[in-house]
Design a protein around this ligand. Structure first.
Ligand code: UDP
Ligand code: MG
Length: 317
């Protein structure tokens, strides 16, 4: 019989673990799905890991790991994938904002032959202005770039073991799970779901961390920003040719362009563009630097007894 693994990254979610583990266990048992729950505490500083241990003591199908510090949700997802043994793996938030009722539908589609089942947000919930201006805007641009609706897509998805294997074999450290599953290809299907309200605790994202997430992902997934630098450069060269000719013509006609204002404005504008371009290039150099250093994506400090293999320590370089 096939086994379904569920990966649940958790950062300071002590109030959610027990509830989530019970809700999922009941649901999966009701549907007769053989399962395991993999909680990854992403360097939580509250009792999240203690709660995971408690849940594991109660239910042998629950296992988990603790990171040595906060490595971010992306790392949590990949560590979770690494710990799974199931034939299909679902990744979902452990605050139950991804409704568990969708799991049986995903499972069914997998049984019907889909290798990636995407959870698509049917309503986008109440997205704040801050979100729309930061991550929302970024997702719009990304959607154009990679031709997927990033605003509607999420980390809630089911992956066949084959796809998990592909993702785990990728050598890069800066990963973007949501887009990589598209990149990987495979036979896909979708299910729609409505984002639920968070019952316990609060969102871990600040506007700032969302922005950082967006920028990191943009530069780790696409070289478009670099090409934009080239295009802006070309445009300013064209502009400068026009100005060059105009200035010369006026000079020879005896009424050269006056004054300082033009010069100052030009210096400011061009200076701004140059700094911005340098910043963009800098981001790529930073990514390259991180990749070259080859540090692991995450460090596991503890695992529950039922985790097999030696995974504690700096893992997967
Ligand atoms: N999360 C994580 N590491 C982090 C931040 C978040 O593992 O550094 C987890 C968090 O515990 C939750 C999921 O990622 O299970 C989604 O986070 P959250 O609910 O805070 O985000 P939102 O739903 O508001 O987008
Ligand atoms: Mg949430």
């Amino acid at each position: 019989m096939s086994v379904l693994s569920i990966v649940l990254p958790a950062y300071n979610e002590e109030q959610n673990i027990e509830n989530t583990a019970t809700v999922l266990a009941e649901l999966l048992e009701k549907h007769g799905i053989d399962y395991e729950l993999v909680f990854v505490s992403d360097g939580s500083v509250d009792n999240t890991y203690a709660e995971i241990l408690k849940a594991a003591a109660k239910n042998p199908r629950v296992k988990g790991a603790q990171f040595s510090r906060n490595f971010g949700k992306e790392a949590g997802i990949f560590a979770g994938l690494e710990l799974t043994t199931g034939d299909a793996v679902i990744v979902m938030d452990c605050d139950l904002q991804h409704p568990p009722e969708v799991i049986p539908q995903m499972w069914e589609k997998w049984n019907d032959g889909a290798e990636v089942v995407e959870g698509i947000k049917s309503d986008r919930g109440r997205e704040s202005l801050g979100y729309k201006l930061s991550a929302g805007l970024f997702y719009k641009i990304m959607s154009r770039l990679i031709k997927i609706d990033m605003n509607a897509s999420s980390d809630f998805k089911l992956l066949d073991r084959k796809v998990v294997k592909v993702l785990l074999e990728l050598p890069e450290r800066n990963t973007f799970f949501r887009a990589l599953t598209f990149w990987a290809g495979f036979r896909r299907d979708t299910v729609e779901y409505e984002v639920q309200e968070r019952k316990f605790g609060k969102s871990k994202w600040s506007l700032w961390s969302l922005m950082r997430y967006a920028i990191t992902n943009a530069t780790s997934f696409s070289t478009m920003p670099l090409q934009i630098v080239t295009v802006v450069g070309l445009i300013s060269i064209l502009g400068s040719i026009v100005l060059f000719i105009q200035t010369l013509v006026r000079y020879f006609m005896g009424n050269s362009v006056e004054g300082f204002t033009t010069v100052i404005l030009l210096i400011l504008i061009i200076g701004g563009f140059i700094m911005l371009s340098l910043g963009i290039i800098g981001h790529y150099i930073a990514r390259v630097y991180e990749e070259v250093k080859g540090r692991p994506k995450y460090i596991i400090s503890q695992v529950t007894d039922n985790v097999s293999g030696n995974v504690v320590g700096a893992w997967k370089r």
